[in-house]
Design a protein around this ligand. Structure first.
Ligand code: ATP
Length: 921
């Protein structure tokens, strides 16, 4: 594998061997219908694996169950067996299947239909279902395959038309349920509560069957998502081949420099492309996962170019795979890979979810996919029983990736994270409650289902706005129009910005207003369906971004300045000069320019922009450090004062440093507009348009686009203002993040493979000790931060160094939070300042990027010690002298990554961690 690397380079930082495992079979359950068993046998399933039989029996016997096992462990059978058995037996037992993407729903429908079990009338009901077929589906289908977007807009909004279906609803299958996280997850949690309420109205009480990647605490996550207690089946009995995992850090390049002269590493995509070519030469069937569509195309091209020089006959054995291809093309590529006609495929995460491809010889991951669940899901595509397989994780230029390749246990030995969601977020609760009340009047006893006191507060506000009427029996919807069409469930939107090609007038997609200045500012490179466009004009008043087709040799990275104020402090812990807080904040941001970069990372220039301020009311975690602890000696650090208010603070140390990594809608992506109206049920309201596919291939199932409402777009508005104007695109800025070569757009998260953590031998630098426990040794006192007299336990920083030290610590903390909260770096933002008006001290904030928050700040607060310890470790693990993108530089820094003090950041983090530990945190 290292054959193509120059001898002076040692990119492999760790090698681990994960042993294989034999299958454990069970008997077919006695209740399983013989026709179903026969059909499954015909497809090669001679007997169920033990976990399949166990989960299927729970479901058949009426217990809500979540099966949380590895990639390709046959999770589908766990729900197919009970549902098909009841249908084959002629029971009036309908089932509803929900998947986060349309493509996955289509795959599952195909799989069920191919079994050809008598009595089963399976059909899809999504944006692609022709109007003429919809009546048939409502009247006759007994297994409906849909997605949360369509359930929200097309089914619950018009439940009267589905009365017969609901009356018999026996099963609700929630596939790939771990992908319901963040704001989207919170919406889905409330949507499932609405579904249960409507089903109960028709006398049904369906059993929930959930399929999940291996996650920590699947039962409690499934219970939070559905609102009903679920049992978990986690013991994976499917067979698995042995695998070797190698962690790979591309070397620093001598010939190139990045921003402020910082060193840059060879891009992970280029490295993955070269490794893929080597694997193909060896005859290994391999997949390379790349974070963006364009990256996947480029990696395939790169591998083909290398092969054309080595062995031209192999060029045609390499291809790219991503969403945006036609279903037939995708099926053909999958078949070619399975048959061995294709040896190497560079893909986005489109090949991560639900596609039946496993047993490959090698998988290369270019960059951390955002969650451990995704990592194991992707890695799980490698490994045939009997044969050993290879997994190579290539680090990108990013602090989290740096940390992981130097702390293998954090990647290979940690339990997969549980998905974070917060259904009590008023920005989610308000539109969801409006929909619930419009579906059926809400009674007081039902309040508990929607969060009790939090729901009561939101309802009072909706009533005040005259959207609901409160009567003694409960809450009633007042309007003839239903709110559903105006409520997008993939974000907490505002009025959408349409992205239009000037020449043709073609609408390419939409962008959430909160991220428009970021994603489609003038000059931005905007990716759509693999094609590249450059933005000519952004008109926020008319909600229009005009673009032209162009494929430049650079990407763009916007630059923002950010201001933050504390609205309320919910939690505060003091640790002798250091305090840790959680609360509500208002973040004001302004895109002030953008950088053009070559794919190598080289910065071409910076172009200033004049765009309006945006404001976001959200939640943040922050820490403050006293001047005494920061300063060089007791009492000596009081002479300085920075500013938290942009550049005008009068502090000698310069402006506050700020980086908003605020970002894209979760799980979304801009996409082609195809009618995907949930208004089919006559719910009234604006028609919705769908967005599918996108730069990250999160493949929004049916991202809706409506332009209704009168939102000011101000995220600081009260909840229902958000509702009225809400209509969420499937995350426009994702594509810009990808286009910018940024470290990742939202990934849809995905299933994992719990065999992590089985032994390994280490190569190169390692730090000992358990990872993420906060047990790492404190800084050794290297560098100028530790020179001279200093307060015991203090950072010993002269005032001039404080802003750069905090700024660097903040960048790295943003990079590492995704290790503890299932978020993406682009879902959160941060601000640091040597003196903040509201705290009166040096402060580092990390905030959620969505109105109302999505639970990420809470996670940071709860995991403060391991999070900051990992942040510190990521910084010291990077061998660059004074800071680079792998440690403290941020791709989106509003201040052009100035000032940054790498050694100072370590000193600050040591001080904070020292105080926390000393005071028992
Ligand atoms: N008991 C079994 N014996 C043999 N093969 C099986 C068995 N159960 C499932 N399979 C096969 O294993 C493959 C993976 O199944 P399936 O797609 O249901 O797994 P999954 O866990 O849902 O995958 P993913 O992780 O991609 O979501 C399929 O080809 C299926 O036919």
């Amino acid at each position: 594998m290292t054959a193509g690397t120059p001898s002076r380079e040692h990119p492999v930082t760790h090698v681990a061997d994960l042993p294989g495992r034999a299958a454990r079979y069970a008997e077919w359950p006695s209740w399983a219908d013989p026709a179903v068993v026969a059909a499954l046998r015909d497809c090669g399933v001679s007997a169920p694996w033990a976990h399949q039989a166990e989960a299927a029996s729970h479901a058949y016997e009426g217990r809500h169950v979540v099966v949380s096992t590895g990639t390709a462990s046959g999770k589908s059978l766990a729900y197919q067996l009970p549902v098909l058995s009841r249908l084959a037996a002629g029971e009036k037992a309908n089932a509803l299947y929900l998947s986060p993407t349309k493509a996955l729903g289509a795959d599952q429908l195909r799989s069920v239909s191919s079994l050809d079990v008598p009595g089963v009338r399976a059909a899809s009901f999504d944006g692609d279902t022709p109007m003429a077929e919809r009546d048939w589906v409502r009247a006759h289908a007994n297994w409906v395959f849909t997605n949360p977007d369509m359930l929200h807009r097309g089914i619950l909004s018009a439940h009267g038309r589905w009365a017969t279906f609901f009356r018999r609803l026996r099963y609700v299958v929630v596939d790939e349920c771990h992908s319901y996280r963040g704001v989207f997850g919170s919406h889905v949690a409330l949507l499932l509560r609405r579904l249960r309420r409507v089903a109960e109205h028709y006398g049904a009480s369906p059993v929930f069957v959930l399929a999940s990647a291996t996650t920590a605490s699947p039962a409690s996550f499934a219970s939070r998502l559905t609102g009903v207690p679920c049992v978990a089946v986690t013991e994976d009995a499917s067979p698995r081949g042995a695998r070797t995992v190698a962690l790979w850090e591309p070397p620093l390049l001598e010939e190139l420099t990045g921003e402020n002269g910082a060193p840059v590493r060879r891009p992970a995509g280029a490295e993955a492309s070269r490794i893929l070519a080597d694997l193909v030469v060896e005859g290994a069937r391999s997949l390379a996962f790349i974070r963006s569509r364009r990256g996947a195309e480029l990696a395939a091209l790169g591998a083909r170019r290398i092969l054309s020089e080595v062995d031209p006959a192999l060029v045609e054995t390499v291809a790219a795979y991503r969403s945006g291809y036609l279903p037939e093309e995708r099926r053909a590529l999958e078949a070619a890979l399975l048959s061995g006609r294709l040896l190497g495929v560079a893909t986005t995460n489109a090949l991560e979810l639900g596609v039946d491809i496993a047993g490959l010889d090698a998988v290369v991951l270019a960059g951390y996919p955002g969650t451990l669940a995704s990592f194991w899901q992707q890695a799980g595509r490698a490994g045939r029983s009997g044969d050993s397989a290879l997994v190579v994780f290539v680090a990108r230029d990013d602090p989290l990736d740096t940390y992981l390749v130097h702390h293998p246990a954090a990647l290979l030995s940690r339990p997969v994270e549980t998905a974070v969601l917060d259904p009590a977020n008023p920005y989610v609760l308000a539109p969801q409650l409006a929909c619930a009340v419009a579906e059926l009047p809400l009674t007081v006893p039902e309040l508990e289902v929607f969060g009790g006191a939090a729901a009561l507060e939101v309802l009072a506000e909706l009533a005040e706005q005259k959207l609901l009427r409160r009567r003694s029996s409960g809450w009633y919807w007042t309007s003839r129009e239903r709110p559903h069409a105006e409520v997008g469930i993939r974000g907490t939107g505002g009025e959408q910005i349409a992205v239009v090609e000037s020449d043709s007038g073609r609408m390419l997609g939409t962008v959430d207003p909160g991220s428009a200045c970021f994603a489609v500012h003038p000059g931005a490179v905007y990716l759509h369906q693999g094609s590249s466009y450059v933005v000519d004009e952004l008109d926020l008043e008319t909600g229009l971004a005009l673009v032209h087709a162009e494929n430049p040799d650079w990407t763009t990275t916007p630059r923002e300045v950010v201001d933050i104020s504390v609205l309320s402090t919910q939690e505060k812990q003091d640790y002798g000069g250091v305090s840790i807080c959680l609360g509500e904040v208002a973040v004001t941001s302004q895109v002030v320019g953008y950088l053009r970069r070559r794919p190598s990372g080289e910065v071409l220039d910076h172009t200033p922009l004049d765009l309006p301020e945006q404001s976001l009311r959200t939640r943040a975690v922050w820490y403050t450090v006293s001047a005494e602890l920061l300063g060089p000696a007791a009492g000596g650090g009081k002479g300085w004062r920075g500013s938290s208010r942009g550049t005008g603070g009068g502090g000698a140390e310069g402006p506050a440093a700020a980086d908003t990594e605020v970002a894209p809608d979760p799980g979304g992506s801009p996409g082609s507009l195809a009618a995907d109206s949930g208004a089919a049920g006559g719910s009234g309201g604006a028609a919705a348009a769908s967005a599918a596919g996108g730069a990250t291939d999160a493949e929004a199932a049916s991202g809706s686009v409506t332009a209704a409402g009168d939102s000011t777009g101000s995220a600081a508005a009260r909840p229902f203002t958000t509702v009225a104007g809400s209509a969420t695109a499937a995350g426009g800025s994702v594509s810009t993040a990808a286009a910018s070569g940024a470290p990742g757009a939202s990934s849809s998260g995905v299933s994992g493979d719990g065999e992590a953590g089985t032994g390994g031998h280490r190569v190169g630098t390692e730090s000992a000790g358990p990872v993420g426990t906060g047990e790492e040794p404190l800084a050794s006192g290297r560098g100028p931060a530790h020179e001279g007299g200093r307060t015991p336990g203090g950072a010993g920083l002269v005032p001039a160094r404080v802003p750069g030290a905090l700024h660097a610590a903040e960048h790295a903390a943003i990079g590492l939070l995704p290790l503890f909260a299932t978020c993406d770096r682009w879902d959160i933002g941060g601000v640091s300042t040597a003196w903040h008006e509201d705290t009166g001290e040096a402060t580092v904030f990390v905030h959620d990027g969505h109105p109302g928050g999505a639970g990420f700040a809470e996670r940071g607060y709860a995991a403060i010690v391991p999070w900051l310890a990992a942040t510190r470790e990521a910084i010291v693990s990077c061998e660059c002298p004074t800071g680079c993108p792998s440690c403290v530089q941020s791709p989106k820094c509003g201040n052009g990554n100035e000032p940054l003090d790498k050694a100072g950041a370590v000193a600050v983090l040591d001080t904070v961690l020292g105080a926390l530990r000393q005071h028992g945190a």
